[in-house]
Design a protein around this ligand. Structure first.
Ligand code: UD1
Length: 436
């Protein structure tokens, strides 16, 4: 953010034109949540890694900047990204950059494996909840690392040896971090109560392509047999199921007809069932999904759960859909404790909802009106863009950069479907931002 006159800032926002049905076919970007741990994993290999379908989003750019500060060479050319960590020479993660990207915590396992030492800033809380890292640290300690937390930083040292890690909760990040730490360890590591998200399966596919021995991803037990070194490879990152789900909801909420291609329908299954329950017509193909909708009705009860449950990363977008679906819906957020900030923003557009702790009670309304609203976090911001597409008039979604953390060229994708979302920047007073 650029600072101008006192009390005035440069604010980026999305201008969303409402009231147009989205129609057409789009292919989906590569997965953010698969790309980030795979980028962290490149540190395990002292040869070039060529990644295809890596989304060029803010979180990926930040991860690449961190890898460069650790000494890696990064080359971007014609849709492919090459990361060569043979030149990596630092085990100290930069404070400011790591603060921008919570997923930098994945680097703890791979930096420790590479250098026998890792020094990282504590990631702290974020907009959607407290997000502790105790499970990551417990896992690394279980594998023999000495962990010291002091002055807002974490120092992990020592040689990693295989062992059994029982996770108290199937944390996605902790599962991935332990997998990364264990690949080059001496002996076998077993992660029990592992998260089963498709992105963990993609990480396993990547690690195996590099010569590491990992099995069981996608089930609650992941086994890693340590090997001394991996080798370079070329790898295509899986499609982004959350971005795909967002565009399918955009089709449904605008009463349109949207097909998203290059996607494994199974990875968005729980959303497709919800959309069908809302009255949308859903067609699954081998690698594509089509959603058509006219009138939408609410669904009684939905709660977010680890995979294969309904994903927390689609909760805000579903919240918007239910806000304009006839009847009352109940939505429970089990994964993150503070992920309903979009509720108050939707009210500014005429939505009706009530939040009781982790439960939202949503009463569908027939109309929303354009307003100036805030993207408090990445997916909450996407939910506001969806509301803007449905609303009468124009909607300004402040903090465009938060949405850019995870969506690649959202304006072009929505433009291809006949909608209008434009990125703008203007100077605004702090008072206006607070009112937003
Ligand atoms: C990943 C995803 C994020 C998604 C989330 C849940 C990436 C880059 N991000 O985040 O988009 O919303 O999975 O599907 O892949 N927890 C602890 N201690 C820990 C770790 C986690 O208490 O050490 C708690 C968290 O506070 C949260 C829950 O476990 O309440 C789930 O977190 P986790 O699965 O770890 O999510 P992330 O890996 O951070």
């Amino acid at each position: 953010m650029l600072y101008l006159a006192e009390g005035t800032k440069k604010m980026s926002y999305w201008l969303v034109r409402g009231g147009r049905a989205l129609n057409g076919t789009v292919s989906v970007q590569g997965s953010k949540n698969a790309a980030l741990p795979i980028l962290a994993a490149t540190l395990l290999i002292k040869e070039p890694i060529r990644l295809l379908n890596c989304p060029m989003i803010r979180d990926v750019q930040n991860m690449l900047r961190i890898l460069k500060t650790l000494g890696c060479t990064v080359v971007e050319e014609r849709g492919a990204l090459t990361v060569d960590s043979c030149t990596a020479d630092s085990f100290v993660l930069p404070t400011a950059l790591s603060g921008e990207l919570r997923s930098s915590i994945f680097l703890l396992g791979s930096v420790l494996s590479r250098f026998g030492d890792a020094d990282a800033p504590y990631p702290g809380g974020c907009e959607i909840g407290n997000r502790p890292i105790d499970l990551h640290l417990k896992g690394l300690k279980r594998l023999g690392a000495e962990v010291e937390e002091r002055g807002g930083r974490i120092r992990c040292r020592g040689a990693i040896t295989g062992g059994v890690v029982d996770l108290d909760y199937p944390s996605v990040g902790a599962t991935e971090n332990i997998m990364l730490a264990a690949c080059r360890a001496k002996g076998q590591t077993t992660v029990r109560n592992a998260a089963c998200e498709p992105e963990i399966v993609d990480l396993e596919r990547f690690l195996c392509a590099c010569g590491f021995r990992v099995r069981g991803a996608g089930t609650p037990t992941v086994v890693i047999d340590g090997v001394p070194e991996g080798h370079g490879t070329a790898f295509r990152i899986m499609p982004d199921r959350i971005a795909a789900g967002t565009y399918l909801i955009a089709g449904a909420i605008t009463g349109g007809d949207v097909t998203v291609t290059d996607l494994d329908p199974e990875t968005v299954d729980t959303l497709l069932f919800k959309l069908a329950e809302c009255g949308a017509e859903v067609t699954r193909k081998a690698d594509a999904v089509r959603v058509r909708a006219k009138a939408l009705r609410g669904v009684g009860f939905t709660e977010t759960r680890p995979y294969p449950g309904f994903p927390t990363d689609l909760q805000p977008q579903l919240f918007t859909l239910l806000s304009v679906s006839e009847g009352t819906s109940v939505l429970v957020e089990n994964v993150f404790e503070n992920r309903f900030k979009h509720a108050q923003e939707l009210k500014k557009m005429g939505a009706e909802n009530r939040i009781l702790d982790r439960t939202a009670i949503i009463t569908g309304v027939r109309k929303l009106h354009g307003a100036c609203v805030t993207a408090h976090d990445l997916r909450g911001g996407a939910a506001m863009v969806l509301a803007g597409l449905f609303a009468e008039g124009d909607t300004k979604v402040l903090h465009a950069e938060r949405i850019e953390r995870g969506y690649e060229s959202m304006d072009s994708v929505i433009g291809l479907l006949g909608g209008s979302v434009t990125r703008k920047e203007e100077s605004i007073g702090e008072e206006e931002e607070k009112r937003g």
